[in-house]
Design a protein around this ligand. Sequence first.
Ligand SMILES: [Zn+2]
Length: 385
Amino acid sequence: MLTALTSDGKQVVLTRQLSLTSLREWRKNESFHCPQCKEPVLLKVGDIIIPHFAHLKQTTCRDSFSEGESPTHLLGKIQLYELFSHLQLPTEIEPYLPDIRQRPDLLVTWQKDKIPIEFQCSTIPIAHILERNAGYHSVNMNPIWIVLTPPTVQDSLAFVLTHRFTQFQQHFIRHIHSSAKETLSVFLTYNPSKQQFHYLSHFIHLRGTAFAMCHSVMRIKHQTIPFAIPATPSTKDIEELTRQYQSARRKYLRSVIGYNQRGIHHRFLRACYEMRVQPVQLPGWIGVPTIGEEAFTESDCEWQLLLIAAIRQTRTTAFQLNRSFLHSFIKTFEGDSSRQLEACQNYVDFLREQRIDIYRLDKLMGRDFVLEILSGRFLAMHARN
Ligand SMILES: [Zn+2]
């Protein structure tokens, strides 16, 4: 912990303005106490870990104060504290909120709101996060969680990259509604060793937990309140997102042939066979980014081809579909069915807008719909009305 009470009851925060020598001198003739349990705490001043307080004895207080804090967590917390103080916002460090018996890393007062800030470095059970959020919501506070930048992202200089989200990370993706249909999703991370925020945004689902996305970096000294949101991707970024999406699509279509050779039953391959089309020769309108597509773990070409096959079996066109048809179609997939339904509807809308004849798989083979779709999507997302 970074805060304690002195013998005369004053609260101290170990900011980095205090030199190690002065702290070592200070602790010789001062005693410190835990702000919560009032038991004595030790001021630890080492050369590697930043100065912090630790309980002298085993106490039950330790749990709520999480003394197993890593050096990275302590460092990030103090840097964020300095950021908010620098922005002239009243900020409390490790304050205890008795009503909900929680202790956020920071509590920032912005306008009339108190905003808990949590800097999350370790992977903890999602149930614990939900519990803490429920606590904050019960006292009308909306917490902001900032996650430690994942190692693969930390070292990347790319503006567009492919990243696999763990379940834990997925939980911290914030969805900002920017227009009726479009949502800007942002994964905000912070890297204390380089003192910069790494933003991941504009996700395009590839397959499973893999997404292509934009990556941008902001030095802590440029951060503002409310937190800055990522800018519109440039034409170059959209081209690169398209390239990564197409490359994942081709990779999937090439790999799927391997299932056949190993004699594995695969409904995608069977549908290709029945429609007399080679997976690698699918037209450009099968396997396109669709809003809500991440509700499927399958690659877009897989669920979209299966949908085309199912529509063809009814001997109708995509223009004559009803909702109950889509309902029974998604029953064969695992996942969030209401979001899958939305993705199917969006794909059908795309077929309709492009006037695609789903009985002619040999048409529009080489056309790149992906670039068109992504350009349109990101323009709409950032359009101000
Ligand atoms: Zn204590």
